[in-house]
Design a protein around this ligand. Structure first.
Ligand SMILES: *Cc1c(COP(=O)(O)O)cnc(C)c1O
Length: 406
């Protein structure tokens, strides 16, 4: 059977709403349109009931209590609320906060803002495998540390940080621990109790739910975490996030969590095999390729591969019927290599020409076979045209060449 084009392999950027999720959402656009905060009639009660159910579905997926789930507009907001809200709430205890340089921008930018406001930030640098260890945190923690924010799994390279060990360490030091688990939730087991997490961000559109809705887990006991809200208003969500709830979205997030909980193991097993096939197919047929990140401490569906002696943008063009993400920054105008890959010490030449493959629930083996073939032939073709590659073939060491200034 011929493979259908284009092929979507950018599931770390966003996912398609699962048909099972959409079906649950539909009535909440129309007949069940009530405001969940309307306490005095059936329209409101029906909406509130749906929101309560979704709260349980989300809580169940991450091992939390439903009272600990705060609805937001997505992980960007969850990260902002967690980081700024905790920093402000606990600033009288200290002003030192810790994160890592290869976090998502939705963590880095709130930290930069806090730094401008007078907080003292330790920016941890990952080792070449990308995994932040508890040891690194232990070395950075001080008397005046109030917050650590380390993502569960990285969106670009898929590496999984030492979350339970970091959680344990933060507990011992009485430091609040936030994790951006946007890429981990629903893909690998995530349990806030086992991992000693105090604040956790997640987003529906990364787990086959709708865009524009997410949640923040806020621990209620041992310790009871308090946050200064970003939005002031009606005092919804225990005062932490005012505003009429996006009931349809919330229902979708709940359903997405339930489906993910059911399918997680089977999805992970299937996608890991396809991902491994993709990597094997590419690395066995091409020289000058490197799989970035940790070989095993990695999300099952993510692969980030660098191709030496080709230009990332040209490679994307050569395989344009396959939707992947390039190593370049999101702003397509800039040709800056990915800051995540640079943070690992991947050289500019390799960071410039890396592709992120994000497999998903809809990915088929035929699509992977097609992708292997296209990538291999695309890279070979580009290299044939490349004067650099010719030099390499002649045995010239490119690092010894003196380039003209630009
Ligand atoms: C996608 C993503 C975000 C942003 O989530 P939104 O819901 O789109 O705001 C934050 N962190 C990570 C790790 C992500 O992958």
């Amino acid at each position: 059977m011929a493979v259908q084009l284009p092929i979507y392999l950018d599931n770390n950027a966003t996912t398609r709403v699962d048909p099972r999720v959409l079906e649950v959402m539909l009535p909440y656009f129309s007949e069940k349109f009530g405001n969940a905060a309307s306490r005095n009639h059936q329209f409101g009660w029906a909406a509130e009931e749906a929101v309560d159910k979704a709260r349980q579905q989300v809580a169940s997926l991450i091992g939390a209590d439903s009272k600990e789930i705060i609805w937001t507009s997505g992980s960007t907001e969850s990260n902002n609320l967690a980081i700024k809200g905790a920093a402000e709430m606990y600033s009288s205890k200290g002003k030192h906060i810790i994160t890592a340089i290869h976090e998502h921008k939705a963590v880095l930018d709130p930290f930069k803002r806090l730094q401008k406001q007078g907080f003292d930030v330790t920016w941890l640098e990952p080792p070449i495998d990308g995994v932040i260890t508890a040891e690194q945190i232990a070395e950075a923690i001080r008397e005046d540390t109030i917050l650590v924010s380390i993502m569960w799994a990285n969106n670009e390279i898929g590496t999984i940080n030492q979350i339970p060990q970091i959680g344990q360490l933060c507990k011992e030091h009485g430091v609040i621990f936030h994790t951006d688990a946007t890429q981990a939730v629903g893909k690998i087991p995530v349990n806030v109790e086992q991992a000693g997490v105090d604040l956790l961000s997640l987003s529906a559109h990364k787990i086959y739910g709708p865009k524009g809705v997410g949640a923040l887990y806020v621990r209620r006991r041992k310790p009871r975490v308090r946050l200064v809200p970003i939005l002031d208003g009606g005092g919804h969500e225990r005062g932490m996030r005012s505003g009429t709830l996006n009931v349809t979205g919330v229902v979708g997030l709940g359903a997405a969590c339930e489906v993910s909980q059911q399918d997680m193991e089977a999805d992970a097993t299937r996608l890991r095999a396809l991902r491994d096939k993709l990597e094997e197919g590419i690395t066995s047929q091409l020289d000058g390729v490197a799989v970035n990140g940790h070989p095993t401490e990695r999300l099952p569906h993510t692969s980030n591969i660098s191709f030496a002696w080709v230009e990332g943008e040209s490679l994307m063009m050569a395989i344009k019927e396959i939707a992947v993400s390039s190593g370049s920054a999101c702003t397509s105008a800039s040709l800056e290599p990915s800051y995540v890959l640079k943070s690992l010490g991947v050289g500019d030449d390799l960071a410039h020409s890396s592709l992120r493959f994000g497999l998903g629930r809809d990915t088929t083996e035929e699509e992977i076979d097609y992708t292997i073939e296209k990538v291999v032939s695309g890279v070979k073709k580009l290299r044939e045209m490349s004067p650099l590659y010719e030099l390499v073939q002649e045995g010239v060491d490119l690092s010894t060449i003196e380039w003209a200034a630009h």
